[in-house]
Design a protein around this ligand. Structure first.
Ligand SMILES: [Mg+2]
Length: 299
């Protein structure tokens, strides 16, 4: 249907089209439906399991074990990590699209379209515990960590006011036991807002954090979310001389093409100008003419 012009003759921009019933956005097809994403998650969590085995062995023979949480005052250019002394070993995990896949919320969102709605998300936190699933590899990680005496500690931007419901979501998915402020830190605990460094520091004060896992760079350090960083600068930080060595070696990242800080940038931000190509179109094929007959072939 064509929009009628306003009385002044202008035509309003069309409203975003509602998704076609039953269609699922490509990022969701990938994250929640593909074998590729399941394999990536296993790749991350098997790496965490390897780390648990290695660091537990180090601890058992009296080798010093270092935290993978950036020490106070450290930067991404010059990261520093502290020795753990005798603190108990722990793995720190984000929750959403890291430990849990929010299948119910995203199924609803896929059919609804439109912008993010914080109040809808909060209703999901309160009532969606039964419609989540453990991310592939998480059940195995929970089993190995329990057997090794390594605590799983969750650091999430879900609201502290919904702690009971989030405990139920994690426990129901097979990732318990979980107890708020023991091994579950939420937005509102240790400072306000979505910054995770204050909570990471509180966790690192109690535990020797041998691995961290998340689907956003802020799950590793808030320094990745400094204001004014465009996607190019952020990507540079993730590939910095020291930071790049942490991926798969203490810091483990999960795929998330559905939402979050990785989904930003226009053409000029994403594609370097010296790496552009424009399709020249089909190359005309030179007409092939029959070779001229040699004199002996003349009849
Ligand atoms: Mg997350």
């Amino acid at each position: 249907m064509t929009a009628l012009p306003a009385p002044d003759g202008s035509v309003a921009a069309p409203a975003p089209a509602a998704p076609a019933a039953g269609k699922v956005p490509p990022g969701m097809q990938y994250l929640y439906g593909s074998g590729e994403a399941a394999a990536l998650s296993y790749q991350a969590y098997l790496g965490v399991i390897d780390t648990i085995i290695a660091k537990s062995s180090d601890r058992a023979v009296g080798q010093a074990v270092f935290s993978v949480v950036l020490a106070p005052g450290a930067t991404l250019d010059a990261p520093k990590f502290e020795s753990c002394d005798k603190k108990p070993l722990a793995v720190v995990l984000d929750i959403d699209e890291t430990a849990l896949l929010n299948l119910g919320y995203e199924a609803d969102d896929s059919q609804r379209g439109g912008p993010y709605d914080q109040s809808r998300w909060e209703r999901w936190e309160k009532t969606g515990a039964g419609a989540v699933a453990a991310t592939p590899g998480m059940i195995e990680l929970a089993r190995v960590s329990k057997a090794s005496g390594v605590t799983l500690v969750f650091n999430s931007n879900r609201m502290a006011t919904n702690a009971k419901e989030t405990e139920a979501a994690l426990t129901g998915a097979g990732l318990g036991p979980v107890e708020h402020l023991k091994n579950l830190w939420l937005q509102g605990d240790a400072g306000t807002g979505s910054a995770k460094d204050p909570r990471r520091a509180a966790i690192a004060a109690q535990y020797c954090v041998i691995a961290m896992a998340g689907d956003q760079l802020g799950d590793f350090s808030d320094l990745f979310n400094a204001s004014g960083l465009d996607p190019v600068a952020r990507r540079g930080l993730a590939q910095g001389r020291a930071v790049k060595m942490l991926w798969g070696h203490g810091w483990f990242i999960l795929p998330n093409p559905v939402y979050g800080s990785g989904l930003k940038g226009d053409l000029d931000t994403i594609f370097p100008r010296d790496k552009r190509w424009t399709d020249p179109g089909p190359t005309p094929v030179a007409p092939v003419s029959a070779p001229a007959p040699t004199p002996t072939e003349k009849k």
